[in-house]
Design a protein around this ligand. Sequence first.
Ligand code: MRU
Length: 364
Amino acid sequence: MRIDGKAYRTIWLADDGWGVEIIDQTVLPHRLEIARLSELEDAAVAIADMQVRGAPLIGATAAYGVCLALRQDQSDEALDRACERLAMTRPTAINLRWAIEEMRDTVRNIPHSERVAVAYERAAEICQQDVETCRRIGEHGLELIAEHSRRKGGETVNVLTHCNAGWLATVDWGTATSPIYQAHEAGIDIHVWVDETRPRNQGAALTAFELGHQGVPHTIITDNAGGHVMQNGDVDLCIVGTDRTASNGDVANKIGTYLKALAARDNGIPFYVALPHSTIDWSLDSGFEIPIEERDPEEVTHVWGKTDEGAFTRVEIAAPGSAAANYAFDVTPGRLVTGLITERGVCEASSAALRELYPEHADG
Ligand code: MRU
């Protein structure tokens, strides 16, 4: 997608052909900085500190983290150590583990001397597949938005989204935002309510940044305003992403998603979750088995921002000394989800529907 008219992806190979470059998301929207990852630890820290974030992009970065580790040591032990290090960076997004296992399976049985080249090829493929997958999610989601537009006789379709499930959370296009971008490109009149998404404000900082640069009309609202705009009849549908989807259709996504799903249900508003296959954890029968990341309480008590003088700084907003809890994700039961928008089409958030769409997982 574009920033100031220039096309970007979130992760790419540097000109030297082996270093990895990323957009540092910790300083967006105020600064556009490219960071270089040159070794395994750079990739692990970029994921843990959320320079890269969003389930699919975390997976893509981990894939390149394995490549960087193998450049230094091609042994089985080094491969296992790299996979373990990367797996412990963030616990909820299953794409991380999916990408690590893809990389391990790809290089495990080939000669050491060929491992680096093959790993880079597979990491590039994971990125390219993510782009294609997100594009297809967008095509299926576009049909839903187009249907709302037709029903409204071409009047503005209002979509509410939470967190950033945009192109910055993937390699390109995004999951929840891909239908929005495709609808906008198709000339559908669309407006997006962007939840600010405390505590790290991925909505206000990242989703709004993305939408602004693609020219999509949008309005940032506080997380607590979602129910109000729904009651006012100002939301036609919600589309969010997910970090891990259990095989029964329950979804873990950024903290606060569940409350939006409850409000949507109370107001009869369709609530869709957009996801690639790599986000489905077929080993879990319930979303309540998904580990929920708890992050540093200082992300709740302090916020980052830009001063009027242009300095990028952190300020304390909470009563000093009060305890704070920082749950990063919550679980929305499949019964509150109108549909899952996948690269293979839209299905009900249920075990049977998911297994019908992905018959290769019918047995497990
Ligand atoms: O903590 P984050 O910013 O990595 O959380 C991101 C989200 O919750 C996204 O909605 C999710 O990863 C889906 S991204 C396509």
